[in-house]
Design a protein around this ligand. Structure first.
Ligand code: KG4
Ligand code: ZN
Length: 368
C-alpha cells in the first residue's frame, strides 16, 4: 500500500491531491483540490507566466495542508511526495518543485518527479475504475499536446503520432480569439457550436492518409481565419458564427477520431485511453465512442475533471509506479521540454514524422 501526495503547477492550475494505491485496484483518492487561475488570465487572452507564478505562490501553501486534512493524513503517514517535473512553463514548474523538495527534506520523505503527460495518459483508468493493463494506446489532446502513444509498460512509451504544429486545444483557443470569445476557447466554441450546423462549411482535414498518425491543425486554422475575414456577414450574424464553430469543431473531431482508430489498429491494440483538456469536448467524446464501437475497440475516457490539469493524475501515476516496484526519483532540475517517449518510431511512422516536420518548418515561415 502506498500513500502519495501529488503537486501539479505546470501551467495555470495549482493542484494538490493525496491518493492511496494497493496494486490490486485503481488508486483511491483521499483528498484533492484545484485552484484554477482562468479568471486571472482571461483579460490577457492566454496564460501570463508571471501571473501564474504569483497565483501558485499564493495557493500552494494553502492547498497542501487543506488537502492533507481532507485526506485525514499526517505528513508522517505519506510514503512519498510526487511533483510534476515537466513539460510545462519553467517558472511555474519551479514553484511546485521547490515546494515539494522543501517538504520532502523537512519530513525526510522520498520525492518522485512525474511527467505531466504520463499523468494524463493514465487518468482514463482512474475515471473508469480500472487497474492499468498493458499494452494500450493513449490519446492525449490538450492545450499543449496532441499525441498518440503505444504504452507497453511503465516507462515504455512509443510515439505513434504527434502534432506537427498547433495542438488541438491551441487551435480551439486561437479560433475562439479570432471570433471574439474569451480564453480558454474550447468550452466557448463547444457551447456556440451546439446551435450551428457542422456540415455548413467543409474546412480542410490534414493527413487523411493511412501511413502516419500525425496531426496538423494550422491549415484548418488558417482556412477558418481566411473564411471569417472574407465574409463580413459572419461578423454580425450569430448563425454564421455558430456554423463556423460547429464546422471547425467537426473538422478537428473527425481527424482525431479517425487517426486514433487507425493508430490502435496499427499498434494491434484493443484499448484506447483518451485524456487531456480537449477530451472534455462532448462532440469529441461522442465521435471517439462511435469510431471505437464500430471498430471493436474498447474506449476508456477520462472524466472531464480528470481531463483538465489536476494533481490526482500526478499522485496516482507516482503511487501506481511505486506500488509496481518503480522507486520514485526526481532529477536535479525541472525540465520544461520533458519528453514522454522512451523510444522513437521507425520505418513508415518515422517517414511520416519527417514529412510533418517539413510542413511545420514551411508553415512556421508564413504568418498564421
Ligand atoms: O489539459 P489542459 O487542461 O492543459 C494542458 O495541459 O494544456 O488543456 C487545456 C486545453 C485548452 O486549450 C482548452 O481550450 C481545451 O483544453 N478545452 C477544450 C474544452 N475544454 C477545455 N477544448 C474543446 N472543448 C472543450 N470543451
Ligand atoms: Zn495538461
Amino acid at each position: 500500500m502506498k500513500r502519495v501526495l501529488g503537486i501539479e503547477t505546470s501551467c495555470d492550475e495549482t493542484a494538490v491531491a493525496v491518493v492511496e494505491a494497493d496494486g490490486a485496484a485503481p488508486p483511491r483518492v483521499l483528498g484533492e483540490a484545484v485552484a484554477s487561475q482562468i479568471e486571472k488570465h482571461k483579460p490577457f487572452g492566454g496564460v501570463v507566466p508571471e501571473v501564474a507564478v504569483r497565483e501558485h505562490l499564493h495557493h500552494l501553501p494553502q492547498l497542501v495542508p487543506q488537502v492533507l486534512l481532507q485526506a485525514g493524513t499526517r505528513l508522517s503517514q505519506l510514503d512519498a511526495i510526487s511533483v510534476t517535473e515537466g513539460p510545462g512553463l519553467a517558472p511555474c514548474l519551479l514553484i511546485g518543485n521547490s515546494y515539494a523538495r522543501a517538504l520532502a527534506v523537512s519530513t525526510d520523505k522520498v520525492i518522485g518527479g512525474v511527467n505531466h503527460l504520463e499523468g494524463h495518459l493514465f487518468s482514463p483508468f482512474l475515471s473508469c475504475q480500472r487497474k492499468v493493463e498493458f499494452p494500450f494506446v493513449g490519446l492525449i489532446v490538450s492545450g499543449g499536446h496532441t499525441l498518440l502513444v503505444t504504452v507497453y509498460d511503465w516507462d515504455r512509451y512509443v510515439r505513434l503520432g504527434a502534432t506537427a504544429d498547433d495542438a488541438a486545444g491551441e487551435a480551439f483557443d486561437k479560433i475562439a480569439r479570432l471570433l471574439g470569445f474569451p480564453y480558454p476557447g474550447g468550452p466557448s466554441i463547444e457551447h456556440i457550436a451546439r446551435s450551428g450546423n457542422p456540415d455548413a462549411y467543409d474546412f480542410p482535414r490534414a493527413f487523411p492518409d493511412k501511413s502516419n498518425f500525425n496531426f496538423s491543425f494550422s491549415g484548418l486554422k488558417t482556412s477558418v481565419r481566411y473564411f471569417y475575414e472574407k465574409n463580413p456577414q459572419a461578423h454580425k450574424d450569430g448563425q454564421w458564427v455558430a456554423d463556423i464553430c460547429a464546422s471547425f469543431q467537426r473538422a478537428v473531431v473527425d481527424v482525431i477520431a479517425q487517426k486514433s482508430v487507425l493508430a490502435v489498429k496499427h499498434a494491434g491494440g484493443a484499448t484506447l485511453a483518451a485524456s487531456g483538456g480537449v477530451v472534455c469536448n462532448g462532440a469529441l467524446r461522442q465521435a471517439l465512442q462511435l469510431a471505437c464501437t464500430k471498430n471493436g475497440i474498447e474506449l476508456l475516457l477520462a472524466d472531464p475533471e480528470l481531463c483538465t490539469d489536476n494533481a490526482v493524475m500526478i499522485a496516482a501515476t507516482a503511487a501506481m509506479k511505486f506500488e509496481a516496484g518503480r522507486e520514485p526519483k526526481v532529477s536535479t532540475d525541472i525540465n520544461p521540454g520533458l519528453s514522454l517517449f522512451t523510444a522513437e518510431p521507425t520505418g513508415e511512422l518515422a517517414r511520416g514524422l519527417a514529412f510533418a516536420q517539413k510542413i511545420k518548418h514551411r508553415s512556421d515561415a508564413k504568418p498564421s
